[in-house]
Design a protein around this ligand. Structure first.
Ligand code: TTP
Ligand code: MG
Length: 392
């Protein structure tokens, strides 16, 4: 496997241009060349994204739609169609995965590829990048920006620097120079808060960080200080991970009408727990962290986690999840989104420690029985009473 000393160009980062807006333009060619803004259409809606034509007016993601309308009154404003974007996303990932088995999707429109072993079939990383761009354009009618380098951070930066419709390569030996003039917010993970802290320390560009001793930054920012210092030098040892190896499993729902009924929310968490634990057991995994995510109408989002002894049991996890929700939310204001994710995954044999819990073996027997029934008669055959919907 390629270690972090491998300076050959073998990591590709792909990211679609103006994804949601580009899908709208492709599905309705009368929108081509126009400023298209996708976002919530209510009075407090937020821009999800917009076409590059709209960006020229200063419109950008996360801006209130009302402000976008002021900046760009002639824009075409559309409510998103998430199902459609997911569908196209799957088609894009299908194309990408044909160039290497080592693909790591990062979000709905971006993925890393490690093409170390793909050379004989498809050529250099740059040739693969060109093939990807051609296929995504010809088969799906979308522009995808491609960044190529010898590690993940630099490949991601490269795709960003080349946008739109880019193909940008950062070879070893040029990384430090390319990084030097960029603002610190170009460091992966540095957001507005860290930017302010760094500015107060007189640090504005990545070049400013390059000149510092790592200990200096570590002393002021803790462990992330060291990490940012490494990225500023163009060092990143993280490997491209297969999706199956990903460190969490999650399920969430955005409500069509904001939801404040605590009982419905609790039942949903039980349902998510059942689905996710079934997947865990199929994969022979257990989880040690349970995270509940809630998003208010205002878009304010809260994540609350709890560490537990490793488990793959619906009963254990749904109890923990509901306890977290009970502490975090009492029914006001209404929620727009509820999610559950399980992380800190490990192989199921690590479970022995958890055998200390008395009811554990009994849970395991019940789960095994339920999984067998699922497999034989389809999902939903047998469920804990808490998962039966009120209508039924
Ligand atoms: P991005 O890749 O960040 O943005 P983009 O594809 O629209 O534009 P580009 O990559 O060319 O800069 O995000 C992908 C999609 O995710 C985007 O089309 C819409 C959605 N999204 C939101 O809903 N809200 C956000 O704040 C952001 C940044 C993205
Ligand atoms: Mg994108």
């Amino acid at each position: 496997m390629a270690g972090h000393d491998d300076k050959s160009l073998h990591i590709i980062h792909c990211d679609l241009d103006a994804f949601f807006a580009a899908v709208e333009q492709r599905d309705d060619p009368s929108l081509l060349g126009k400023p298209v803004i996708v976002g919530g259409i209510g009075p407090r809606g937020v821009v999800s994204t917009c076409s590059y034509e709209a960006r020229r007016f200063g419109v950008h993601s996360a801006m209130p739609v009302a402000e976008a309308r002021r900046l760009c009154p002639e824009g075409v404003y559309l409510q998103g169609r998430m199902g459609r974007y997911r569908e196209i996303s799957v088609q894009v990932f299908n194309i990408l995965s044909q160039f290497t088995p080592l693909m790591e999707p990062l979000s709905i429109d971006e993925a890393f590829l490690d093409v170390k072993g793909s050379g004989r079939l498809f050529g250099s990383a740059e040739q693969i990048g060109r093939l990807i761009k051609t296929r995504v354009r010809d088969e799906l009618g979308l522009n995808i920006s491609v960044g190529i380098s010898y590690n993940k951070y630099l490949a991601k930066l490269a795709s960003d620097l080349g946008k739109p419709d880019g193909l940008f390569v950062i070879p070893f030996g040029q990384a430090a120079e390319i990084l030097k003039p960029l603002p610190v917010t170009r460091i992966w993970g540095v957001g507005e808060k860290t930017r302010q802290v760094l500015h107060r320390l007189g640090i504005k560009t990545i070049g400013d960080i390059q000149k510092l001793p790592p200990e200096w930054l570590e002393k002021r920012l803790g462990k992330s200080g060291r990490h940012y210092w490494e990225l500023a030098q163009g060092l990143d040892s993280r490997q491209v991970e297969l999706e199956q190896e990903r460190k969490s499993l999650g399920r969430e729902v955005t409500f069509t009408e904001d939801q404040a009924d605590v009982e419905i929310l609790h039942n949903l968490l039980a349902k998510f727990s059942a689905e996710l634990c079934y997947k865990l057991r199929q994969a022979g995994l257990v989880c040690s962290t349970v995270t509940v995510k809630i998003r208010y109408k205002s878009f304010k989002t809260i994540n609350r986690s709890q560490t537990i002894p490793p488990s793959d049991s619906d009963l254990v996890i749904s109890k923990v999840a509901r306890e977290i929700l009970r502490r975090a939310y009492q029914g006001d204001p209404p929620l727009r989104l509820l999610g559950l994710s399980l992380s800190n995954l490990s192989e199921a044999q690590d479970l022995r420690q958890a055998d200390l819990f008395e009811s554990f073996d009994q849970n395991r027997a019940i789960n095994q029985l339920m999984d067998n029934l699922h497999q034989r008669f389809g999902p939903g055959t047998i469920r804990p009473a808490s998962l039966i919907e009120p209508k039924e």
